[in-house]
Write a protein that binds this ligand. Structure first.
Ligand SMILES: [Fe+2]
Length: 328
């Protein structure tokens, strides 16, 4: 029931060989709203740690058998992400400091002030959460680099579209600025714009780099690239939303786009953004069979097709943003 009414309570493992102390800790921590499992020895605690998940380990140092530090060391090996708080005797401060090097995250000297214990616990839970968040950020960065590399590899198949993904990303971000999108939305947009054409990896080279206009049959094959791109990216669970944006980056406002013929608001907003940036980039870049349009000519094209292909408000924001950069 509590699952429905609020966040899951934190789960603590409390270890102390002295029964009175163990029960006192258990009682007071339960009273504070934690879920508590207790063990009477380091060995028993290790058994629990091998089979269950805990958010934090709170252990006495001086115990017969496995000591608190030894338990901390073993725990850090099994669950490097679980913070460990050590309870030490008053005279063990040096030992307690050494324990920090051996896997413990914090220590509390005895006699324990039971009312202050939750503060120590919260501090360690928060610190761990921040560390995990930082780690995730780094992982995201690595993912991003990999995505850029993949996008560049696809771009490189055609000398005429080299750096296309990078330029479309830049233009999309300019429009995002003009729209006042949140940083979260911008992050999704950046990923999506970088990858919008990765599906071209599934389009045969003779079509992809054909030095003249595509025949209707060839164009039909070219049209699978948003679907392919969505499938490739959709394999990464964290990127399902990005996959959706990619799938729809050739949908037109009037429903005559592809692959699903979505219309208006049904098209993801970020797809509508990329569609404008993508079209502008393609129009203004030289191709083997034609020269690129001037910016002014491309603006006129976007405006002519506002309402049918593109969202009119977005076109206006885009044009004024690019113009303001030219003036600068
Ligand atoms: Fe595309």
């Amino acid at each position: 029931m509590s699952q429905l009414s609020g966040p899951r309570p934190f789960r603590l493992l409390v270890v102390d060989d002295m029964e009175a102390m163990r029960l006192a800790l258990e009682d007071s921590l339960r009273f504070q709203g934690y879920e508590v499992v207790s063990a009477a020895s380091g060995e028993e605690a290790l058994e629990f740690l091998r089979s269950q998940r805990f958010d934090l380990l709170l252990t006495d140092q001086a115990m017969p058998g496995l000591s608190g530090i030894e338990l901390a060391e073993a725990t850090a090996r099994i669950h490097p992400d679980v913070p460990i708080v050590l309870l030490t005797g008053n005279t063990d401060v040096e030992l307690a400091k050494a324990s920090l090097q051996r896997g413990a995250s914090d220590f509390v000297t005895k006699p324990v002030n039971i009312r202050e214990l939750p503060i120590v616990i919260e501090r360690n839970l928060t610190r761990r959460k921040l560390e995990v968040a930082r780690l995730k950020e780094r992982e995201a960065q690595v993912l991003f680099e990999a995505i850029k590399a993949l996008a560049s590899a696809v771009d490189a198949k055609d000398p005429y579209t080299a750096r296309h993904s990078m330029r479309v990303t830049r233009l999309s971000m300019l429009l995002a600025d003009a729209m006042g999108l949140s940083s979260d939305e911008k992050y999704f947009l950046e990923l999506s714009a970088w990858m919008h054409d990765v599906g071209k990896i599934g389009v045969p080279d003779h079509i992809l780099i054909k030095p003249s206009r595509l025949t209707p049959e060839e164009f039909e094959i070219m049209k699978i690239h948003p679907v392919k791109g969505g499938e490739i990216v959709g394999q990464i669970e964290e990127l399902t939303r990005v996959a959706d944006v990619i799938r729809h980056h050739h949908e037109r406002l009037d429903g005559r786009g592809y692959p699903d013929g979505l219309r208006g608001e049904a098209i993801p907003l970020l797809s509508r953004v990329i569609f404008i940036a993508d079209t502008f980039e393609a129009m203004t870049t030289d191709r083997s069979y034609r020269r690129g349009l001037t910016r002014e000519h491309a603006f006129a094209e976007l405006r002519d097709n506002a309402g049918s292909q593109f969202e009119p408000e977005l076109v206006e924001l885009f044009v004024s943003k690019i113009e303001s950069l030219q003036d600068a």
